[in-house]
Ligand binder design. Sequence first.
Ligand code: DGY
Length: 320
Amino acid sequence: MKIFISKKIPKAATDLLKHHGHIVSMYDKEDEISVQDLIDQCQKNEALLFSGKNKLDADFFKSCSHLKAIALMSVGYDNVGVDIAATYTIPVSNTPGVLSKATSDIAFLLMLAVSRNAFMMHRFIADDQWSLANRSENLGIELYGKTLGIFGMGRIGYELAKKAKGVYDMNIIYHSRSQKPELEKELHAMYVDFDKLVCESDVISVHSNLSEETEGIFDSEVFRKMKNSAIFINTARGGIHNEKDLITALKQQQIWGAGLDVTDPEPMQSDNPLLKMRNVAVLPHIGSATTETREAMAIMAAENLIAIAEGKKMPQQIIP
Ligand code: DGY
């Protein structure tokens, strides 16, 4: 097949595609390809290996209805109209599983960094404000034996729960689309309703998809119900929390702190008030950004396209 790749990906994946006889072209600049260029390129090709911020919406699919397949190099697909793809019978796949460990590492890192004010302490030193005088300054919160509430217990949530249990013996509660009896047994985790998750967690970590159901679900009402000592972590999608409400909750000390690897919009602007707050840590959406994970994601996406070319179903096909 003639395959267009919307962003630079590891060579191992392009080599794999070429090895299977596919003709590959790639947008290899640092910026995001424009929607028009993406459409133009797709029109010259038969399949798309996609990652990026562009929306694959009704207009895109109308212009590219000839595509034989789209392999996403991401687990999230909130920017892809998969239902529209289905009406054109274009199969779409994602990359679940391979990024769970790396992304849960970032959730863990943020949880610990916020609990000990780590990012702000680093900045204090850089700003020449290292003070030795007061032993009651710069105090953090310990995580040992505290309650971790997971919102969206999929693969990434599970990996974080495992780490939190193993390292800090945290009590795990979760709210998810379905209950997970095996996981409850393994981690002594407890399924709770959303309200209980919000009220009882010392740390809430978001691992759900962004959907109509979850968009903005963490809003002022929810932050008000959280413990004043609670930490809010989001490594899933920025749209799941209301940023304005989060800023107010932090300013009014309704919650202790927040750690974000995702924001809305991305990138976050440098004058965002969150960046100046003591108990806040923000990262630029690097959950899956390790050499190993990005390579595994790219190979998985390539394998999905190889399957289509061989007349098979994509192993990670989401739809149709
Ligand atoms: C994913 O795979 O969904 C990551 O968040 C990267 O976008």
